[in-house]
Design a protein around this ligand. Sequence first.
Ligand SMILES: O=c1ccn([C@@H]2O[C@H](COP(=O)(O)OP(=O)(O)O[C@H]3O[C@H](CO)[C@@H](O)[C@H](O)[C@H]3O)[C@@H](O)[C@H]2O)c(=O)[nH]1
Length: 447
Amino acid sequence: MEEIPNKSHVLVLPFPVQGHINPMVQFSKRLASRGVKVTLITIDSISKSMPMESNSIKIESIPHNDSPPDSYDNFLEWFHVLVSKNLTQIVEKLYDLEYPVKVIVYDSITTWAIDLAHQLGLKGAAFFTQSCSLSVIYYHMDPEKESKVSFEGSAVCLPSLPLLEKQDLPSFVCQSDLYPSLAKLVFSRNINFKKADWLLFNSFDVLEKEVINWLRSQYRIKTIGPIIPSMYLDKRLKDDKEYGLSLFKPNSETCMKWLDSREFGSVVYVSFGSLANLGEQQMEELATGLMMSNCYFLWVVRATEENKLSEEFMSKLSKKGLIVNWCPQLDVLAHQAVGCFFTHCGWNSTLEALSLGVPMVAMPQWSDQPTNAKFISDVWQTGLRVKAGENGVITRDEVASSIREVMEEEKGVMLKKNAIKWKQLAKEAVDVGGSSDKNIEEFLSNL
Ligand SMILES: O=c1ccn([C@@H]2O[C@H](COP(=O)(O)OP(=O)(O)O[C@H]3O[C@H](CO)[C@@H](O)[C@H](O)[C@H]3O)[C@@H](O)[C@H]2O)c(=O)[nH]1
């Protein structure tokens, strides 16, 4: 029987930072591959600096005269104002009888988008760029909630989650005084549970089974991940090798050439994502620890962080390592020379490592990363977590010994075995008929 085309038009509105753009652009491509029309809404400073490399989705870019503010909080407010001013006009411009705009898929952090969607007579789907576990923690520990759970003892027990110690909790829970307005904003994501028409999570059922079951018992959530370019997992979308909208320019050729000349499983790939800033002392310990591990390493140090590397380290670098400002991370993780990923545990990096079967050394920094590290080390058992010294700094010895444990010791063999198991399960989730695939299908058929 011939399939009836789904003549819907979906608008996708990511919060414009790399870790949020990647999964939402990728989700857009997944939808477009099923015949719906998809328009990604972003801002000029993003679309102009890096033209989109996908012709399956259209871009609607909002012009702005001023530069986006540097601080995260101010940026969010600035983005809110800009979108509010322009959204009606964009929706009117996209008016099409044959492919009517039906829904806005918005970043769960921009909770105001659900009201805008509803005012325009559209549905709103909140897209969560972090794990389901995070949402359950935020749900129970929301300071505004009357029956909130507070962290007092040495550990907290929340429904469906493993026992969480202080070091496993998101930074906004333990250090809310450190980032008060950002913390408020993070917890305000809970509004999505009340208002959104759909709740879409970049995760997959078996990965966070208990947590997802608990969330499902309360809300109609849909898991649609891991949402990474098709060529690395299910290979269903032809030529889908990159997310497509990179805010940093990767040194692809240098990285791949360097990796090609290394032996199987001999390289540690090190990256802290697009936002983290390590202190100078921590950079020094990390740099020395990498040298001491005696393994080859490919380290992404963003241009703004490079001045933290000492001359002494740089003078010895070429014997063991390569530093680049940005790399094609998926290609790197998929390379046979890479034996482990030394990571800050951003949710995308975590999912990418799981999907490509790469064991990890977890060195979380803030936000959701400590909880992701807990799952990596204790639940999925695909990595080790470094232990901080008394002043909170991870020492050179700790860096070197953790790497050696994953790269050379018996424990590393077990971690690799588990990593391969998760790779297979991730593939099954997104393959035709898999749990995430079915959820995307269902989302579209109910538009
Ligand atoms: O050299 C690099 C380094 C990273 N990446 C990509 O950039 C993304 C980074 O995302 P993520 O690992 O999630 O880290 P952050 O950029 O730090 O992401 C922010 O957003 C995530 C999703 O909300 C959160 O989980 C993180 O804690 C938060 O810091 C990934 O897709 C990587 O593949 C590259 O392509 N090249």
